[in-house]
Design a protein. Structure first.
Length: 286
């Protein structure tokens, strides 16, 4: 009797689920365009496209670090028609991240596409530019800075405090290696009944035979495909038990803005005679 009762309850439960699914499906058909369906619990949907001779539609993602390859791929045409999509597709440029993405099947408001067929550009910093950014804000000892200057001699010029007088790079390296610190300190202390007075005088100076460089000019191509640029680096001597030299790139933010603008201009120029529409900003499909 117990077994029969359990079977009856199980059958009733399954019947109830079917009735509920049918009621929900009727509601969905009335409220939507038929693109939504109610599925019983535990049902999985399998995509059989991989077993078909051809894919249902053309899609994929092209990635590159080269501006020229990105533009060529996006604007590829045969007999005046885009190889990859219809007319008027967008390319979104993110200057701060030095990236861009073109959607080939984004469609429009009236005919929205899946947006899963794309081309992506992501510029890479060159080795020299990465090295330059690595010293920004860094403190060197004498040997470290001298060796760094020698390693990157092909990209460097050294200048005096006025920023205009160029110094011999070999002489600048020698001057850095020969920095010595002299210290003369005197301290006095006087105690009185209701007060006390202490004073200290310290004199610290850098002594060297050659003129120390105050500025570096570092010339390199910052990103692949962007024009060569010259960056100014200010050197500051920090005295102490051991001398240190700090390096700071002058107006780095301005240079980054200029490079972002150059990327934007290169892409707009590359797409000038095509159907590609460029926008500055990011776009994410949902």
């Amino acid at each position: 009797m117990t077994t029969e009762l359990l079977q009856d309850n199980s059958a009733l439960h399954e019947y109830t689920k079917i009735v509920q699914a049918e009621a929900i499906q009727t509601f969905l058909q009335e409220q939507t365009d038929g693109s939504t369906i109610a599925l019983p619990e535990g049902v999985k949907v399998a995509d059989l496209e991989q077993y078909l001779e051809n894919r249902r539609r053309y899609r994929g993602t092209m990635k590159t670090n080269l501006i020229g390859e990105f533009v060529e791929f996006v604007t590829s045409t045969i007999d005046g028609y885009s190889v990859y999509t219809g007319d008027n597709f967008p390319c979104f440029i993110d200057p701060q991240a030095m990236r861009a993405i073109a959607f080939f099947n984004l469609g429009d408001i009236n005919n929205p596409g899946h947006g899963d067929h794309q081309a992506k550009l992501s510029l890479q910093k060159t080795e020299a530019f990465q090295e330059l950014l690595g010293i920004n804000g860094k403190r060197f000892d004498q040997r470290q800075l001298a060796e760094w200057l020698e390693d990157w001699i092909d990209h460097l010029q050294t200048f005096a405090e006025d920023g205009r007088t160029e110094l011999s790079l070999a002489a600048s390296v020698a001057a850095i290696r020969r920095i010595t610190i002299g210290t003369n300190a005197e301290a006095t202390s006087e105690e009185q009944t209701f007060s006390s007075r202490r004073s200290a005088m310290a004199e610290v100076e850098a002594k060297h035979k050659d003129q120390l460089p105050a500025f570096l000019k570092f010339t390199c191509e910052p990103y692949q495909g962007l024009q060569e640029r010259t960056f100014t680096v200010r050197l500051s001597l920090i005295t102490g038990e051991k001398p240190q030299i700090s390096a700071r790139i002058v107006r780095l933010e301005t240079a980054q803005e200029d490079m972002a603008k150059e990327l934007e201009e290169k892409l707009r120029s590359g797409f000038e005679d095509s159907e590609v529409r460029t926008f500055v900003g990011e776009f994410h499909t949902l």
